[in-house]
Write a protein of this length. Sequence first.
Length: 53
Amino acid sequence: LADQPPLLRHAPRIARPAPVVVPPVPVANEAPQATIIPAPQANDPSFDHEDLA
């Protein structure tokens, strides 16, 4: 009996923790950086990005 390894169903299962995904934390004194995507404006041909200020 001692020559055989124990059956897997009797062995305690070891839980493997899932990898933890940590999002980047903004620094308190840093201004958030917004991604600006230039997109064509539908009904205003005179629009330019200077009007966003």
